[in-house]
Design a protein around this ligand. Structure first.
Ligand SMILES: [Mg+2]
Length: 264
């Protein structure tokens, strides 16, 4: 392996509490009264760290984490929240797709439009508190430090460069995850374009690139290039996704076994 390409959310950064808060804010803006919005006030009165803990203890967050792997875009967070509020049983992709199809397209369009605006507003309230909602996966960072120099490390993300750069700085991990190695959302939604650019920039065969993502469909689009693909079992997925990934021939790794999966 010459290059290790890492997804950001759900691989480097545990961002789910932040995502959940932004999703609840967006839902309250697009369809007020859908949820008990008093939680927004409670979280808003807390420090970022306190809010993160409160969100992790929210039963709605647990359900949100279970549905999250079935969606891909910002509006999926809103559709997931509506399913939880309605008490819908969402176990399989087909359950989710059916529920999504029942939603008003004006709702999903508005949710998508306002989600990023709500994220910016939340960050603008206090960048410090906002940053505390996210944290790096420490075991991954430690592994990268132990193996520094063993390969090039890049980030392939659907987030924007500015946000990722700020978070890397906040996480104090720029010694192993350099901001100039970010392939961001400008490369497209599909990770294939990111990995093509990596291949070209580093001038290595695809077979020498290992790509880690917590979404199996992102792995699938990269695997056709010939890169090695690993599903991050520590990210936003569950046994359902692990089985699907193995069925498609991808390695599935937890943080405790990652070093062996990558280097042995
Ligand atoms: Mg991810």
């Amino acid at each position: 392996m010459k290059v290790l390409a890492l997804d950001f959310d759900g691989v480097i950064s545990d961002s789910a509490p932040e995502c959940f808060w932004v999703a609840v804010r967006t839902l309250e803006r697009v369809r007020p009264g859908s949820l008990d919005a008093s939680r927004l006030e409670r979280w808003g009165a807390m420090s970022g760290l306190e809010a993160r803990a409160a969100i992790q203890a929210d039963p709605l967050f647990t359900g949100f984490l279970e549905i999250m792997p079935l969606g891909n875009r910002a509006e999926d967070f809103g559709v997931a929240l509506l399913a939880l509020e309605a008490g819908e049983t969402i176990e399989e992709q087909s359950d989710y797709d059916r529920w999504f199809a029942e939603q008003d397209p004006d709702f999903t369009e508005a949710f998508h439009r306002y989600f990023y605006d709500e994220r910016a507003r939340l960050r603008d309230v206090s960048e410090e508190d906002w940053g505390q909602l996210m944290s790096p996966y420490d075991e991954l960072v430690e592994l990268l430090r132990r193996r520094r120099g063993a390969c090039e490390v890049v980030i392939a993300t659907a987030k924007d460069r500015d946000a990722v750069t700020r978070l890397l700085d906040r996480f104090a991990v720029t010694d192993v995850l350099a901001p100039d190695r970010i392939y961001d959302k400008e490369w497209g939604r599909d990770k294939q374009a990111h990995i093509r650019a990596v291949q070209s920039d580093f001038d290595v065969p695809f077979e020498e690139i290992t790509f880690i993502d917590d979404k199996a469909n992102h792995l699938a689009s990269v695997a056709v290039l010939g890169a090695r693909c690993v599903l991050a079992a520590w990210g936003y997925n569950a046994e359902r996704e692990h089985e699907q990934a193995r069925g498609r021939g991808f390695a599935v790794s937890g943080l405790d076994e990652l070093e062996a999966v990558l280097f042995e």
